[in-house]
Design a protein around this ligand. Structure first.
Ligand SMILES: O=C(CO)[C@H](O)[C@H](O)COP(=O)(O)O
Length: 249
């Protein structure tokens, strides 16, 4: 059995993936900035490169937390506007498979993450070695839900056989967690998701469910760090080592 990487090894892998992602960035790009610890490492490296004059870029962030990080890092931010297309969104994931189907939302930012994943011509995912799984579902699937609809959504998820748990706030453990939009989060324990497309279709039909954390057909590439190596996964292809990869945006 493969040994579980230590927290230091995981941080190192995230750092390697974040560093590698800079190869996808070009001056003049409008970028989407993801959320979570891996995306935060990317934001700080991108900020350093921007401050060093290496790139002139603009960005939109997927969460208030990432917006604050980007501002601190010196990355120019713009507001969403009509007709806006992003050249590249760089984000983390809670789980991914080799088809680049993703589970996201462990940090609660899934709604804006999906908006910026969909608005981008190229979604690049950064992952440490623990995130790549043979089948999705070990990580509980997050949902963002309108508070009024919560009881019916819990019933509907239970019918789909995903044990629903309302996420609680880390700061105030007796209060439910709130998203940047003021909505609630429900984590659904499916254990395994053999057919993500069918599950997504069912979830989309539940009224009051604002967004689910299945990201299907959106990622163009994933950088998965394993030890000292970074492998580039693209849907339906064998992984390639980074030095040989040429299909940048
Ligand atoms: O979806 C997300 C936040 O909503 C993150 O991308 C996901 O939780 C991964 O986080 P980390 O990079 O900290 O492991």
């Amino acid at each position: 059995m493969k040994a579980t990487p230590s927290p230091q090894q995981l941080k190192h892998e995230k750092q390697l993936a974040a560093e590698a992602a800079l190869r996808w960035v070009r001056s003049g790009m409008l970028l989407g900035l993801g959320s979570g610890s891996t995306a935060a490492l990317f934001i700080s490296q991108l900020g350093a490169a921007v401050r060093a004059g290496q790139y002139q870029i603009q960005a939109v962030a997927t969460s208030l937390a990432s917006e604050a990080l980007a501002r601190e890092a010196g990355i120019p931010l713009v507001e969403p506007r009509r007709g806006m297309r992003l050249d590249l969104t760089v984000d983390g994931a809670d789980e991914l498979n080799t088809e680049l189907q993703l589970v996201k939302g462990g940090g609660g930012a899934l709604l804006r993450e999906k908006v910026l994943a969909t608005a981008a011509d190229y979604l690049l995912i950064l992952a440490d070695s623990t995130k790549l799984v043979p089948q999705l579902g070990r990580f509980p699937l997050p949902l963002e839900v309108v508070p009024f609809a919560l009881p019916w959504i819990l019933d509907a998820v239970a019918e789909l056989e995903g044990k629903p748990v309302v996420r609680m706030s880390r700061q105030q453990p007796t209060e439910p967690a709130r998203t940047d939009q003021g909505n609630l989060l429900v984590d659904c324990h499916f254990q395994s998701i053999p057919d993500a497309t069918s599950l997504a279709r069912h979830l989309q039909q539940i009224p009051g469910l604002v967004e689910h954390g299945l990201f299907l057909g959106l990622a163009r590439a994933a950088l998965v760090a394993q030890g000292e190596q970074v492998l580039v996964y693209t849907p339906g292809a064998e992984p390639q080592s980074l030095p040989g990869f040429s299909a940048f945006p």
